[in-house]
Ligand binder design. Structure first.
Ligand SMILES: [Ca+2]
Ligand SMILES: [Ca+2]
Ligand SMILES: [Ca+2]
Ligand SMILES: [Ca+2]
Length: 270
């Protein structure tokens, strides 16, 4: 009997080991600009946006390019409302981005985020998590949607500042992941872990990864992606929003399967 008890423990251990690999990502939004400019909405200071072949730049065929006329601008697009309903659920925004030329440092080129439209068409009340790049740092913030428009204004709760040089943003992949985590400050509300990564395609030594935890703002539902490009013309491609649900159902299934297997063996033994 004892060997089967050990076997059941071993099976349970194997099931736990297998869990991370079984959490598959679901894509809730993607745009490679192969079929045009899609449904992106431009707001603020744009002369124009258009789709062009950027094989020689980002290197993924068509990209969206923006000719900006001022520093306050945003491209926005919607996706099916996604809620981080369980601890461990996450949502990731990823895209490739480059400037049209190197130049002097500028703020919020890019800035981007995952937002909630607040059930209105106006961008002024949208709230969510944003990352902004600046001449000497990147900042992770929560934006309340109470001042100015999306990705603009001082309606932010600054969560993390990390040093960097914004010339790094000439050509690379930006991503931000929001993960619902257990309450870490004993206020009885779950928290959000924000992680950011920048991969510089030309100079890997410039890559940057940073993260922080938001314990103040309980926002877990998102339905909008937004990108701002400061006062700098840009190209953007391969925009993707993916979610990873906590595999609670998989855990239950594996547990049940393990019990059945063990009880079956006990049955035959008897
Ligand atoms: Ca493309
Ligand atoms: Ca709104
Ligand atoms: Ca704002
Ligand atoms: Ca909390």
């Amino acid at each position: 009997m004892k060997q089967y008890t050990l076997q059941s423990i071993f099976l349970a251990f194997c099931a736990l080991l297998a869990l991370p690999g079984m959490a598959t990502a679901a894509t809730v939004f993607t745009d490679t600009f192969d079929s045009g400019a899609g449904t992106w909405a431009e707001s603020g200071s744009y002369n124009s946006i258009s789709v062009v072949d950027d094989s020689s730049g980002i290197g993924s065929g068509n990209a969206l390019t923006g000719d900006v006329s001022g520093s306050v601008n945003a491209l926005t697009n919607g996706f099916s409302s996604t809620t981080l309903s369980s601890i461990g659920d996450s949502i990731t925004l990823s895209f490739d981005y480059r400037w049209t030329a190197t130049g002097s440092a500028t703020s919020r080129a890019p800035a981007f985020g995952l937002y909630n439209t607040n059930a209105t068409g106006s961008l002024d009340d949208d709230f969510g998590y944003q990352l902004e790049t600046n001449p000497a740092d990147v900042r992770l913030s929560y934006e309340f949607g109470t001042q100015n428009t999306i990705l603009a204004g001082s309606d932010t709760d600054l969560l993390e500042t990390t040093l960097w040089n914004d010339y790094l943003g000439v050509n690379g992949n930006f991503s931000m992941t929001l993960t619902r985590i257990a309450d870490s400050n004993a206020d009885s509300f779950d928290d959000v872990n924000l992680s950011f990564s920048f991969i510089d395609y030309a100079t890997p030594a410039n890559n940057l990864i940073t993260s922080t935890i938001d314990t103040e703002n309980q926002t877990f539902t998102f339905n909008e992606v937004a990108v701002r490009s400061g006062n700098r013309d840009f190209y953007i491609d391969n925009v993707a929003v993916t979610t990873i649900p906590e595999p609670a159902s998989v855990l239950l299934l594996l547990g049940a399967f393990g019990l059945l297997a063990v009880s079956g063996r006990f049955g035959r033994k008897r």
